[in-house]
Design a protein around this ligand. Structure first.
Ligand code: FAD
Length: 343
């Protein structure tokens, strides 16, 4: 028998605290449950969506007339105890708790991704990245349920097409796969640090050396806590806009004032621009809109916070305003990072 709740508010399934109601809600705790759920979905032709922690999604006001599956599949299995440790992790594990565990084991490879909210499955969706690390750097493979073929499958890391804030699951085959578990490879000895400006500055200021993964984790936590709003206190979805990627010709054609100042990085033979800088340059840092109830965060304008906002419709109006103003000022079109659901 399938245990589900009916007509549940979606506000608690997004860190932006917005959205209508969902018809059916299930917490997925075991794979045997999944077989039953999928049989029910097929029999009744129900629309379905799987989520993790809701930190990268925003529900529309009309809600979802289908089944929401909240992935709570757990698991932390160490497969190897050599210099390279292979760890299999359930997609419903809380990502930051996994990092804490691996750091306590003295492992290296994901510590710079500390304090990113959400579950393990969500990290694969957009190849989470921060402070010089990305999940793709350590990923071995992903165990999935293919809702098209109705088969369990293991996809190797290169089949997952992970790139800057993108993946097979998000960009090429959206909604096709349920992510069930992942395997990552971490290093026990031979600690590696990929220099990153904000971290370098932190270690200089605090006169810290030598480094290890525990020190990196603590530095990232300290920096993030001073810079980013905690979604448990102030509703937000982290970076609301992705850094725009343009080609050399577009870069050359930028207004000289912008071209000379905008922080930028080479990326796949293209140029990635700082969206935060573009928003600030457009006069929209710490911008509060009384009418919609949304604002850009005073320390990091990439983040849109929900101050008194009540509807996703108003959030869409707010983000369209930001995109439009930035375009008028810079000729660069910002793209959103979180996703409106259902889409
Ligand atoms: C304060 C804050 C800071 C953040 N900082 C960063 C950052 O530094 N770097 C970064 O990359 N991101 C960041 N994020 C965004 C977000 O936390 C990450 O993308 C996170 O990995 C999303 O995980 P989640 O479990 O919350 O996913 P959800 O929001 O629940 O889902 C995101 C998408 O993945 C799908 N999905 C989730 N789990 C599964 C699954 N098991 N199977 C199939 N589909 C699934 C959902 O359907 C949806 O399309 C931040 C967010 C906040 C609020």
């Amino acid at each position: 028998m399938i245990n589900y709740s009916l007509n549940v508010s979606l506000k608690n399934f997004t860190t932006m605290k917005l959205g209508g109601r969902v018809k059916f809600l299930i917490y997925l705790k075991s794979l045997s449950q999944l077989d039953q759920i999928f049989e029910w979905i097929n029999r009744e032709s129900i629309n379905f969506l799987m989520i993790g922690g809701g930190s990268n999604i925003i529900w529309l006001d009309e809600g979802f007339d289908g089944l929401l599956i909240v992935n709570q599949l757990l698991g932390f299995e160490v497969e190897n105890h050599q210099n390279e440790w292979i760890i299999k992790i359930g997609a419903g594990e809380i990502w930051d708790q996994i990092i804490e565990k691996t750091v306590l084991l003295g492992l290296n490879g994901i510590e710079a991704l500390s304090l990113i909210p959400g579950k393990v499955g969500g990290t694969i969706m957009q190849n989470v990245g921060a402070y010089g690390q990305e999940i793709k750097d350590t990923l071995i493979d992903v165990e999935v349920f293919d809702t098209l073929t109705k088969k369990y499958q293991t996809l190797k890391a290169d089949q997952c097409l992970l790139n800057y804030r993108s993946s097979l699951f998000k960009n090429y085959q959206p909604r096709r796969y349920f992510i069930l578990s992942i395997r990552i490879r971490l290093i026990k000895n031979n600690f590696k640090y990929h220099p990153y400006e904000a971290l370098d500055r932190y270690f200089d200021d605090h006169k810290i050396s030598p480094l290890n993964s525990e020190i990196i984790r603590q530095a990232v936590i300290d920096i993030r806590r001073t810079k980013l709003p905690n979604p448990a206190e102030i509703a937000n979805c982290g970076s609301f806009f992705a850094n725009p990627i343009i080609n050399q010709k577009q870069f050359n054609n930028l207004d000289p004032d912008i071209k000379n100042q905008v922080p930028h990085w080479l990326f796949d033979q293209k140029i990635k621009l700082s969206a935060a800088w573009l928003i600030e340059y457009s006069g929209l840092k710490d911008f509060h809109d009384q009418q919609t109830g949304f604002a850009t965060w005073f320390k990091q304008p990439l983040i849109v916070v929900n101050e008194t906002g009540r509807s996703t419709k108003d959030l869409i109006q707010f983000k369209d305003f930001i995109i439009d103003q930035v375009f008028q000022k810079t000729q660069i079109k910002l793209l959103m990072e979180p996703e409106f659901l259902p889409n």
